[in-house]
Design a protein around this ligand. Structure first.
Ligand code: ATP
Ligand code: MG
Length: 231
């Protein structure tokens, strides 16, 4: 088990308004599993993923990632936990605008202090995997949405994190690119990583080991074994 949520909820406050984005949730993520998080727009999927990814703090409950109680960590400790354990593909990609595609992918390895030669090798492999070697020198604004998405995926893959979290990783991709990305994510899970994929696309169900549905902030695990076709 690499992630555990016990009664974790998230409430946003905007002035007088309170928005319960995620109701109290119990959930675990295991190494070797691809967990699909599926639900309609506004249901709380990004909120759930951001909690698991140590991007935001829970409002209630306890959250453990890699045997560390996240509630107790300060911002710096949280950043270190993310850098060393988590690859996150954000819904809006979050690429750094002044950096080229290649420099974006290199960033996590630089932060980790990896030597240049080894880092460049890993960057090349990650760019190859997502089919973006020929656009490595381009800035994000010079790339299409799907190309930016693939660079964001390469950046999350490059440091080989054991927890890999993707928010709508196939939303801007055509069918062929979607299959490439999902097959890669599935194979990461089969090789022992923990992978979570947020989507509202039911076509992704066939890649999942486990599926949870999010509706109006409420998370329900669906044990639909007919979907475990790839296992
Ligand atoms: N920073 C925030 N401040 C206030 N409310 C927020 C914030 N982030 C999300 N919310 C609200 O929390 C609820 C859940 O949002 P969330 O982004 O988790 O949904 P989602 O399932 O990812 O939707 P989508 O499929 O459209 O990306 C929504 O009502 C949203 O407006
Ligand atoms: Mg979202």
């Amino acid at each position: 088990m690499i992630v555990r949520l016990e009664g974790v909820s998230k409430e946003y406050r905007l002035g007088d308004q309170r928005i319960l984005a995620l109701d109290k949730t119990d959930l675990v993520m295991n190494l070797g599993e691809l967990l699909l998080i599926i639900g309609p727009s506004g249901s709380g999927k990004t909120t759930l993923l951001s909690l698991i990814g140590c991007v935001i703090y829970p409002s209630t409950g306890k959250l453990w990632v890699n045997d560390t109680l996240v509630n107790d960590l300060n911002q710096n400790q949280l950043a270190a936990l993310r850098l060393n354990n988590i690859g996150f593909v954000f819904q809006n990609f979050n690429l750094l605008a002044p950096l080229t595609a290649e420099q974006n992918v290199l960033m996590p390895l630089t932060l980790k202090g990896m030597n240049k030669k080894e880092a460049q090798q890993k960057v090349n492999e990650a760019l190859h995997l997502v089919g973006m070697e020929d656009r490595r020198k381009n800035l994000p604004k010079e790339l299409s949405g799907g190309q930016q998405q693939r660079i964001a995926i390469a950046r999350a893959l490059v440091s080989e994190p054991k927890l890999f979290l993707c928010d709508e990783p196939t939303a801007s991709l055509d069918k062929d690119s979607m299959h490439v990305v999902m097959n890669e994510l599935r194979s990461l899970a089969d090789k022992g990583k923990a992978v979570a994929v947020v989507t509202h696309d039911p076509r992704l169900r066939e890649y999942a080991h486990r599926i949870v549905e999010v509706n109006n902030g409420i998370v329900t695990e669906t044990n639909d074994s007919s979907k475990l076709s790839l296992s």
